[in-house]
Structure formats: structure tokens, C-alpha cells
Design a protein around this ligand. Structure first.
Ligand code: ADP
Ligand code: MG
Length: 507
């Protein structure tokens, strides 16, 4: 059986820290700074992207009454990425067949114009001035610049008629929020912009603009006020044109799309099915042994299928990611890509990586002595640093590391790291922690001895770790408070001198 190092070849961007998190925006696209070949090499066509492409090209052909499309997802979810993908295809006809030939065969053969706006810019003559300028028709809107005034519907029709164009409006919520502070007459720029864009949407409903497509992105959570104005615009559009904007989700966060994206982003080759099947079979065998020992309830067949779908990632990664993806400040798809790039760069490290004796990238493969990894963990949940340094990986050695030394293997640290990754959610009522049978299931791997996890490793961790708790449902989880209800011998000593130890919860 081939190992990960033999099977999967990471892209250079995995090792190059400066490229780990390049964030492209709409200005990069409209200024022609994005190389379509490089972009599409690392693109995975999600269901949302598929439908969006199809809808936009039908519109460019003039075959569709739907001209307004909305992308909704929280930050880092793939909205801008989808806009750039559609923009590049609209701009570069030569990529259409290769990239979306299977998805949709368009009769629209020419290049379309692509213009756009990102709310991180602050154009002098408003969004309308910015749009007119990109069309090379700045003067057509000259009456609306000084003072800034919203162009009406017919002014927009006049500006855009005869154009085959995709208009991308990204990051409007933060723009609207800032625009509120800019007074115009007895109103403000946010109100005038909402008016201008409502008129634009109404114009797009007109027959003369049947080759114009507009894509708008909305950030649900973070800028609720700015989002309100988008809702208002789209409601006006529905009222006036009697059409609703079509909604698209860039990346389904629950299915397997996230694995496909990770694979495409992180690795430059595909793995032959036969090699993946061999690994899936080996994992199924490991699960089978654990079942015979009666320490897990997972079925080998189901697990083998899960491994095939998620390879080279462990099936647990998706479930554990789902727990912390809603953490405030965590950037969903982007955040997971960054995190996994960091993990992969350690596993494939020239000097001390371990991809050559691993078969999947698992949650317990995080290296907590690596400062980049610690930074990533802290960006997901910054409250567990004491738990990490005292219980999991530290200097002096942490509890789990001392247990490893005593037992002569690395199962205690593996177990502790898995529990840590399962404990990262910060949103109230989110799932945290794993039951012992789930821990066994996730640690099962070819050549790994899991027989002592339940009988020896977990009890020892429970006795010696300060921040490890077991909740009422029997889940092991790390918290940022010490487990004082279940005092450890060493802690009792400390407590004697320091009566102000934070109160822990369950025992
Ligand atoms: N379909 C996809 N294929 C490859 N990478 C993707 C895909 N969707 C999103 N990404 C990646 O996810 C990250 C976040 O996407 P981005 O468009 O910047 O999010 P948003 O605009 O919603 O904040 C980017 O690094 C992007 O490259
Ligand atoms: Mg974006």
C-alpha cells in the first residue's frame, strides 16, 4: 500500500507562506490581473457555480428574463471566487468549452464585457460613476456627479443598451455602512446609492438590457445594516419588475464539495482510484478489528465509503469542521483551506514530515509545536492555549506527552489532539467533544494499536489533564477552565495555595 507522500503531491502554494492566503478581489479581475489558466487550475466547479454559470450565459445569449443573481454566504465562503470564475469565462471565450463545456454549451461565442465594483473601494463619483467609467462612457453620467445624484432608470438603460456585459457588485454591505457617514444634501450616500442601484435593477428588467447580467453578493452575518439596503434594493426590484433575484450558494458546507475544493487547492495531482480503494480497505479492516473488540459502533463498509469520498482527508475532518465553521471571525471555506495548508505543509516537510508513514490527513495530525499551526488554532478558538500547553503539547512536556513517553507510543497525544479539534466550537449550543467510541473510530488506522485507548489512555488523560472534561452525555472535551470538580492530585496542592481557581463545570 502506498503512503500519502507517494500518492499526493502538494502544490507549491502549500509551502509558501506568502501564498497561503492570497485573497483575490473584483478589482484584480477588472484590471486584468488574474491569469485564467492559473485560476482554473485551482478551481473546483461546485453545484452553485454550475448553476450560476448556466444562468449568466443564458442571459448573455438573450434567452433569459432572469438578469439579477445573488450570492449569499458568510465571509470566506466563496462569493468573490464565484464572481471571478464567471467573470473570467465571460471575458475569455476560449476557456468556456474546457471549463464548463460539460455544464452548459452556450451559443454565446463572443467575449462579454465584465465590469465590477468591490465595496472596499471608494470611487469619487459613486458606484454609478465607477460603472460608467469602466464602460468607457463616463460622460454619459456627467449630470449625476456634482452633486452626486442617483441616475434614474432611463439613464441606466441609455448607458447599458446594446452592451453584453456582466456587472459584479461585491462587498456592498461594508460600503453601505461607510456611505451612511457621507452626507449628500439632506440625505446620505447610502440612501442615494440604494436609489441608484434600485434604478439599475429596474433597468435590467427592460427588454433593451436583455444581455446584461448583474451578480450581487451579500454577507449575511457581519454587516446587518448594510445587508438591509441590499434587501431593500432587491425588494424594490421584485415590486417593480415583478421578478425575484435568483439565489446561489457558492459552496455547500455540508456535502462533499468542501473536500473537492481542498483537494484541488492543495494538491497538484489526482490519485488513482485503485490506490484510494486499497487505503479505504485497510481502514475498514482497522475498524473491523475495533468492532471485534467491541470498542466502536462504526461499520467497516460505511467507513470505507466515507474514506473514498474524503481521501486524502480523514472523514472526521468534515464533521469536526462543521462544528467550528460558524465561530465568529472564522472564514469558512477560506479558513479551512488555510488551516489544511498549514497541516499539509508540516506533514510533507522535507526534514521531519510524516506523510511517508500516513495514509490519510487526520485531525490528530496537527503539530502543536509548530507556531503556524498554533496561530491557526488560535484563530479558530483562542481560549484553549492553556489547555494545549499544559495537557496536550508544551514545553516542559505536557500531560499527554509524558504519557506517550511512559507508554512508548504516541497514542496519548493523538487522542488529546483529536479531542482538542472536536472542542473548538465557540458558538453557544454547538456540539463539542467526542464519546470514547467515536474517539476510537477516528483513531483507527492501518498499523495503529487502538486496543488501549479506552482501557488505558483515556482514563490516564482523564486523571492527569487539567482542562479535560466529560460532559453529561459522556463526551470528552477540552475547556478553557480547569476541571476542579474532579481535582487532580497536583491541582489540589495548587488549590491549597490559591483558593481562586476558576470554577469548572461537570466532573
Ligand atoms: N469552487 C472553488 N474552487 C476552489 N477554491 C474555492 C472555491 N470556492 C471558494 N474557494 C476558495 O475559498 C476562499 C474563499 O473564497 P472567497 O471567494 O474569497 O470568499 P468570500 O468572497 O465569500 O469571502 C478563496 O481562497 C477561494 O479561492
Ligand atoms: Mg469576498
Amino acid at each position: 500500500m502506498k503512503n500519502l507522500k507517494q500518492l499526493c503531491h502538494p502544490r507549491q502554494s502549500v509551502f509558501d507562506k506568502s501564498r497561503r492566503d492570497v485573497v483575490l478581489d473584483i478589482t484584480d479581475l477588472t484590471e486584468g490581473k488574474i491569469d485564467p489558466t492559473a485560476f482554473f487550475a485551482e478551481n473546483y466547479i461546485t453545484q452553485g457555480m454550475r448553476s450560476l454559470n448556466q444562468a449568466v450565459f443564458k442571459r448573455l445569449e438573450g434567452h433569459s428574463d432572469d438578469g439579477v443573481f445573488k450570492l449569499t454566504q458568510t465571509m470566506g465562503g466563496g462569493k468573490t471566487h464565484n464572481m471571478i470564475a464567471v467573470g473570467l469565462l465571460a471575458n475569455h471565450p476560449e476557456f468556456r468549452q474546457k471549463i464548463m463545456g460539460e455544464v452548459y454549451q452556450t451559443s454565446f461565442q463572443e467575449p462579454a464585457k465584465v465590469i465590477g465594483f468591490t465595496g472596499r473601494e471608494n470611487p469619487r463619483y459613486g458606484i454609478w460613476g465607477h460603472i460608467a467609467e469602466q464602460l468607457g462612457k463616463r460622460d454619459l453620467f456627467r449630470d449625476y456627479y456634482d452633486p452626486l445624484e442617483a441616475p434614474g432608470q432611463s439613464a441606466w438603460v441609455n448607458l447599458l443598451k446594446g452592451e453584453k456585459v456582466v456587472i459584479l457588485l461585491d462587498e456592498l454591505p461594508p460600503y453601505f455602512q461607510a456611505a451612511k457617514a457621507k452626507q449628500i444634501g439632506n440625505s446620505d450616500l447610502a440612501v442615494v446609492t440604494t436609489q441608484a442601484l434600485s434604478n439599475l435593477l429596474a433597468a435590467i428588467g427592460k427588454e433593451e438590457l436583455k444581455h446584461v447580467a448583474l451578480i450581487i453578493s451579500d454577507l449575511t452575518a457581519n454587516y446587518s445594516e448594510g445587508s438591509e439596503m441590499i434587501t431593500q434594493m432587491l425588494d424594490n426590484y421584485t415590486a417593480e419588475v415583478n421578478r425575484v433575484s435568483k439565489n446561489f450558494t457558492p459552496v455547500q458546507q455540508t456535502g462533499d464539495e468542501i473536500y473537492h475544493i481542498l483537494r484541488t487547492k492543495l494538491f497538484r495531482n489526482e490519485t488513482p482510484d485503485s490506490d484510494v480503494a486499497e487505503i479505504a480497505g485497510a481502514y475498514a479492516n482497522a475498524i473491523k478489528e475495533a468492532r471485534q473488540m467491541d470498542i466502536t459502533t462504526e461499520t467497516p463498509e460505511r467507513f470505507a465509503v466515507a474514506v473514498k469520498d474524503s481521501f486524502p482527508f480523514h472523514p472526521a475532518i468534515k464533521d469536526l469542521y462543521a462544528r467550528f465553521k460558524e465561530n465568529p471571525g472564522f472564514m469558512q471555506t477560506r479558513g479551512l483551506i488555510r488551516f489544511m495548508r498549514t497541516v499539509v505543509s508540516r506533514m510533507w516537510d522535507e526534514n521531519d514530515g510524516w506523510a511517508d508513514h500516513a495514509f490519510l490527513i487526520s485531525p490528530q495530525d496537527i503539530d502543536l509545536h509548530d507556531s503556524d499551526t498554533l496561530t491557526e488554532i488560535a484563530s479558530i478558538n483562542s481560549t484553549l492555549t492553556n489547555a494545549i500547553s499544559h495537557d496536550i503539547a508544551g514545553n516542559p512536556p505536557a500531560v499527554a506527552e509524558n504519557l506517550d513517553a511512559a507508554f512508548g507510543n504516541d497514542m496519548a497525544t493523538k487522542t488529546a489532539k483529536l479531542i482538542l479539534v472536536s472542542s473548538l466550537a465557540t458558538v453557544q449550543n454547538s456540539i463539542r467533544g467526542l464519546k470514547d467510541s467515536e474517539i476510537v473510530r477516528n483513531l483507527c488506522a492501518p498499523g495503529i494499536n487502538i486496543s488501549e485507548i479506552q482501557s488505558k489512555i483515556l482514563p490516564e488523560l482523564k486523571t492527569n489533564c487539567w482542562y479535560l472534561h466529560i460532559d453529561n452525555a459522556g463526551n470528552f472535551l477540552f475547556k478553557n477552565v480547569q476541571n476542579v470538580c474532579d481535582l487532580k492530585p497536583k491541582q489540589r496542592e495548587t488549590l491549597h495555595w490559591n483558593a481562586e481557581l476558576p470554577m469548572g463545570e461537570s466532573g
